[in-house]
Ligand binder design. Structure first.
Ligand code: ADP
Ligand code: MG
Ligand code: ZN
Length: 479
């Protein structure tokens, strides 16, 4: 029995986070009441004309540049004709012949090391509406809010050989598009969707097998499960002497299996033709330069800079740059407390632990970014001690308190005023005559005990250094 290798190519759709749709002024906002973000253009009324949203071109170029693509200087739109109730015009405006980006590549990292995945092309297109199946009336309703939301479709080369590579690539795309601010890539809201094309071939052979396509799988975990299942299925079919049919299969995540949806359509079925209502797009050198100049720093560059310029260990830099939320918090915190390493320490040990305990993902927590740096600064300025700092940080995350106000209101400020500390320590010494006597007789260990008693009497708010110095002074006076 031969060993089989899986071969996978991905088509990833990402909704662009422009404010308005690709060809009209309607809002792209997710979750509005049904059919409220709709006009005569995006609902496909006859006689209306589209106007291209320039931002879409800008975002596509940014994505293409970050994914090392060539930018097509003269590109145009085409109509992809098909009938489906979520597509009121009965055609989708897309780019078949001259997609805006081509020939890119992206580096991924897996347990086997790093590898480049080729990007065949990126094209711009419009999204369709959404069919809503109502289980009670057994009717299907249509919501056109999503009609005309801009998409880029990122088509990879068939370069993946494992589910792990696919997951790493999708995470890398999410990171990159989020850094660029061009898409929020939320798979659960459908703003990022992946179609998985998969075939198998005996290890060591060149020729690709026949592929099947699994459309719109809703999460990274489900994609990995679908890949494993479909690989096994194809191998079983071939081993039993059968052949794979090129078709679209649906992944059922509950039953954990794929089943035939429709046999694969060909490009000619769509009767593609040039979109006559939109001018071809010419991208000038100046425009391209301008877009590139405004590209933000991406994860890999940022990581390098954190290590080389800010002196963070690779481990820290890796974790922080792995999340745009952590980057935002880290950069603000480092700026406020003036010490990047200190900022990273607090974030990786204290903040992440508090976030973890809260049971919510960090992106869903809603606290003032400045508060983290302000808390650290209260500690480094000696206003509160480190232990209090951790308490304050927890309140910041849980209740979004303002650190200085919270410290003030709850009387947490550290006592470093000697005139306040000294009388308390005198009382402690009076109350612990035995321990003091032993100390003076040479039992050094009792010093620590007396520090503990003093800190307790000062309710943990005293500056430990001031306590230590005062205690030493008073004991020395007794000798
Ligand atoms: P279509 O647009 O008709 O779906 P494409 O030829 O553009 O088809 O390919 C779509 C995706 O399928 C690409 O990501 C490509 O890499 C991948 N692909 C093509 N052939 C194979 C194959 N034999 N096995 C796995 N993936 C494939
Ligand atoms: Mg396809
Ligand atoms: Zn509209």
């Amino acid at each position: 029995m031969a060993d089989y290798e899986m071969v996978i190519g991905l088509e990833v759709h990402a909704e662009l986070s422009t404010k308005s749709k690709i060809f009209c002024g309607c809002s792209t906002k997710f979750g509005g009441d049904v059919n409220t973000h709709v006009c005569e253009i995006c609902s496909g009324m006859p006689g209306t004309l589209p106007t291209l949203n320039k931002r879409v071109v800008e975002y596509a170029i940014k994505a293409g540049t970050a994914l090392n693509c060539e930018i097509t200087r003269n590109n145009k739109f085409d109509r992809k004709n098909y009938f489906y109730p979520d597509l009121p015009k009965a055609y989708q405006v897309s780019q078949l012949y001259f997609p805006i980006c081509r020939n890119g590549k992206v580096e991924i990292r897996t347990s086997k090391g790093t590898k480049f995945i080729g990007i065949h092309e990126i094209h711009m297109e419009e999204d369709a509406g959404k069919l809503v199946h109502d289980p009670f009336t057994e009717k299907t309703l249509v919501d056109y809010n999503r009609c005309g939301v801009p998409l880029i479709e990122i088509v990879s080369e068939p370069d993946f050989r494992s589910a792990e590579e696919v997951t790493a690539y999708l995470e890398k795309l999410q990171d990159t598009l989020r850094y660029l601010g061009v898409s929020d890539c939320k798979m659960q809201e459908g703003s990022m969707r992946a179609d998985v094309n998969l075939s198998v071939r005996p290890v060591g052979t060149e020729k690709f097998g026949t592929r099947t396509e699994m459309k719109n799988i809703a999460s990274l975990k489900a994609i990995a499960r679908a890949i494993e299942y479909e690989y096994e299925r194809q191998v079983d079919v071939i081993e039993a002497g059968g052949t794979i049919t090129q078709e679209t299969r649906r992944w059922d995540d509950e039953r954990e299996m794929t089943y035939t949806m429709r046999s694969k359509e060909n490009a000619q079925d769509y009767k593609y033709f040039p979109e006559p209502d939109l001018m071809p797009i010419t991208i000038s050198e100046e425009y391209l330069e301008e877009v590139r100049r405004n590209m933000p720093e991406l994860a890999d560059q940022k990581k390098e800079r954190y290590m080389n310029e800010l002196g963070l260990p690779e481990y820290d830099a890796d974790i922080i740059t792995g999340s745009t939320t952590l980057v935002r918090i880290f950069e603000k915190t480092a700026e406020i407390c003036g010490n990047p390493k200190e900022a990273s320490n607090w974030i990786l040990t204290d903040l992440l632990k508090i976030v973890n305990d809260s049971g919510k993902p960090i992106d869903e927590l809603d606290f003032r970014t400045e508060s983290v740096g302000e808390t650290i600064k209260l500690v480094s300025d000696g206003k509160i001690n480190r232990k209090t700092g951790k308490q304050v940080l927890a309140k910041v995350v849980e209740e979004n308190v303002i650190p200085s106000e919270y410290v003030e209101k709850n009387g947490l400020a550290q006592v470093s005023d000697l005139s306040a500390i000294e009388p308390v320590i005198r009382e402690v010494l009076d109350a612990n005559g035995k321990a003091v006597g032993e100390y003076l007789a040479g039992n050094e260990k009792n010093f620590q005990f007396l520090i503990g008693q003093s800190m307790r009497s000062l309710k943990g708010k005293a500056d430990p250094q001031a306590v230590r110095a005062t205690l030493q002074k008073l004991l020395d006076e007794m000798r």
